[in-house]
Design a protein around this ligand. Structure first.
Ligand code: ATP
Length: 260
């Protein structure tokens, strides 16, 4: 499927392969050009974080799973980039936590909604909400096309997982009283700061981990899950993410950086 061949020894291989997935998604009509730019911003933060899942992300993942497992109406909101990068994992996670999957796009067109829904169905989704007339309800205070949601999905959800969201919508969902879980590599974005739980990690690493951890955590009791959620502090997690970047840069700034 990939059009680009990257030598196995290439030091930036993983990152280039992820880019290729987005380019493929763009060609399939899932991703918009703006999505490619958004990915670039994420890549920059991934570089700073060290391109691996850090303890603060593991803690956020645990709290996120607890929230999803305790939810009455959990929903996973999917945009073009998420669909292009982790379609199978979205479907698996939805199945594990019994969540609905809803397409929600900033640049909404019927073709793109349908292309994403079809892509998710090809990866095993039985039902995809938010396509066409199904997105008939609206989120108050939002003016973009992202205000349109499904009355069977995000409108009635108590917990919404929004991988790769924008700040306005995160804030609007919070104002509606929903618990919002974001996955965002930038600990300073409005999304990261407005969410209840922020997983500061790349979606390509976070989603498979979430599926794996959910399978383990499903065995936990309701009171254990409630305890995890009660003792979680998102502000601390964001501060830790920043401190991690700070100490990493501080260490790097004292080492030899030139390669040759
Ligand atoms: P906000 O409105 O929250 O301040 P923004 O305007 O900075 O967001 P957007 O363009 O809406 O950002 O979306 C891009 C966001 O998604 C960035 O914060 C970026 O760090 C994050 N991002 C991009 N790709 C990934 C990825 N693969 N995994 C996790 N986060 C990502």
């Amino acid at each position: 499927m990939f059009t680009l061949w990257i030598p196995p020894s290439h030091p930036r291989r993983e990152s280039l392969l992820i880019r290729e997935r987005l380019v493929e998604g763009f060609k399939r009509g899932l991703v918009v050009p703006e999505g490619l730019i958004a990915h670039g911003r994420g890549e920059c933060f991934d570089y700073l974080i060290g391109e691996s899942t850090q303890p603060f992300a593991h803690r956020a993942i645990e709290a996120a799973i607890a929230a999803l497992l305790l939810a009455k109406h959990p929903v996973i909101s999917v945009n073009g980039n998420t669909a292009a990068l982790v379609p199978g994992e979205i479907v698996e996670l939805a199945r594990e936590v019994n969540a609905k999957i809803e397409v929600n796009l900033f640049y909404r067109t019927r073709e793109r909604e349908e292309a994403i829904a079809k892509w998710l169905r090809e990866h095993g989704a039985l039902e995809v909400l938010g396509v066409g007339e199904d997105a008939s309800a609206t989120i108050p205070e939002l003016f973009s096309e992202r205000r349109r949601v499904s009355p069977r999905g995000i409108l009635i959800a108590d917990v919404v997982l929004v991988p790769l969201e924008d700040g306005d919508r995160t804030e609007a969902l919070r104002k509606m009283g929903k618990t919002v879980i974001a996955i965002d590599l930038n600990p300073l974005s409005r999304t990261a700061r407005a969410a209840n739980i922020t997983i500061v990690d790349n979606v390509v690493r976070a989603l498979p981990l979430m599926v794996e951890r959910t399978r383990e955590m499903k065995k936990a009791s309701k009171s254990d899950l409630e305890h995890i959620l009660r003792s979680y502090d998102n502000n601390k997690v964001l501060q830790e993410a920043l401190r991690h970047i700070l100490s990493r840069l501080s260490e790097l700034s004292q080492t030899k950086l030139t390669l040759l």
